[in-house]
Design a protein around this ligand. Sequence first.
Ligand code: PLP
Length: 402
Amino acid sequence: MSKNSSRTAGRHFLQIPGPTPLPDRVLRAMDTPIIDHRGPEFAKLARRVLDGIKTIFKTTNPVIIYTATGTGAWEAALVNTLSAGDRVLMVETGQFATLWKNMAVKLGLKPEFISTDWRTGADPATIEAKLKEDKAHEIKAVCVLHNETATGCLSPIAEIRQAVDRAGHPALLLVDTISSLASTDYRHDEWGVDVTIGGAQKGLMLPPGMSFNALSDKAVAASRNSTLPKSFWSWEDMLNTNKLGYFPYTPATNMLHGLAAAIDMLHEEGLDNVFTRHERFAEATRRAVRAWGLEILCRDPKYYSPTVTAVLLPEGHDADKLRNLALDHFDISYGMSFGKFAGKYFRIGHLGDTNDLTILGALAGTEMALTLAGVPIKKGGVQAAMDYIVSAHADGRRAAAE
Ligand code: PLP
């Protein structure tokens, strides 16, 4: 029903690509008395999460935990490794890459921004070519988003690492995994990433307000020579106090309790199972979109995102109106569109603590909202998603039996 009442019954469908719905177990873990952040009980908690978070980034090096949103962890990665005037190579995969580039400019860095049409991921060959041109090694860092949340395109980080190596270039590799971590495979150490930036509010199933820098030895060494001003973001202070089980300032104690629970939950499910689950949701969503006869913004399947799908509407149809109508009638939220595509697409988030039936419910709401909005679609998107989910489960059963 369109709203004529102040109460909405049932649970809201939060299908934005983060923040994601919180598992009850995380909520319960955070619902606990505050402890002394300089006391022994806190040190136990800190050690548990500082060790545990390494297993999510797949690193044996330290991971810094900030009481800040992802934007803070972006800044921390830049100010700890770079100096004013340094050149950095960035890729314009979409809105979030653009925001990071704008931050680099504000910090006094000189970004070179490889442009794309916002419908693809970062191309390793282009990065390699740019680095080969830089004979004097003036470029100090390559900065890419693993998953561009604004467009639903995933970039191949292992291949980008190989491209940097093939170019024989010493630049640091800085990777934003804010909307991919704990949802799709990511290997900080194995892929040779120098700083991985993470956020709490997506695959980690926590509220917004916590973010991460996973480090390499090379990044820590670079931080000793970096001259950009840093105080709150300083890795040095963090690393020194973290060693003792503490933080240099008051940490978000209750978020850390939530983090401990989230890490346990991810391992109980098994990281590979978490990744398979996200792949299944993503493919089911894409099949629904194709069955409706609509276009996926990410135009090359090799870059498809496991966590968010951006759906283009036909000319003359306003995606923001569709989102409002869907919220009004079916109590579902989608991600908005940005830049030159503003109003032209909406994003279905399919990540975090969610399951097949929630995704199907979301797709059913979407099919109804598209119909109600007068968008010319074919029926059968939900059926296509169900057929795919059944086949994926059947394949899983067969594999388990072998
Ligand atoms: N990077 C990516 C890929 C994001 O999706 C976001 C936010 O959604 C950010 C950076 C900025 O993070 P925050 O909004 O937590 O500051």
